[in-house]
Design a protein around this ligand. Sequence first.
Ligand code: FE
Length: 166
Amino acid sequence: MVILTRNTAVRHATSQQARAALARVGLVHEGQFSVNKSDEEWQLELNPQEFQVLRQAGTEAPFTGPLNTEHRLGTYCCRACGAPLFSSDTKFDAGCGWPSFYQTLAGDSVVLRSDHKLPGRPRIEVLCANCGSHLGHVFDDAPQTPTGDRFCMNSVALKFVPAESL
Ligand code: FE
């Protein structure tokens, strides 16, 4: 198992060399995650859209998710397993239509792996490190932030927990 952190991978992921390295080491394998459930089990817990995004790597339409305009203080957790993933402190308006963060809550909150599903457009997929659910992608196109990274997340993949309820 290899968990890549923002500092070791994403910061340098634009170079061909780094992308190739990511492809080698960022592979996700069966049994890697603490939470392992069958599709049937996940379908009992998630609604159809959540299942499609989280478990089948789907993407919600931009500007449709409620968390895109969430501005309260709090923590963004994995919708599937509840693991805390992002703080509202690192959320920013990227204008892309999806909730965006410039870093994860902890270095090992997520697992990254190369995604070549779009021809000619290699991307870095972001998975929950606890349950392996698909969350979105990370891009290094946010120079206005302290890290330069944009964790572009699906709203339905996250559950917001307001600070006052923690
Ligand atoms: Fe999870």
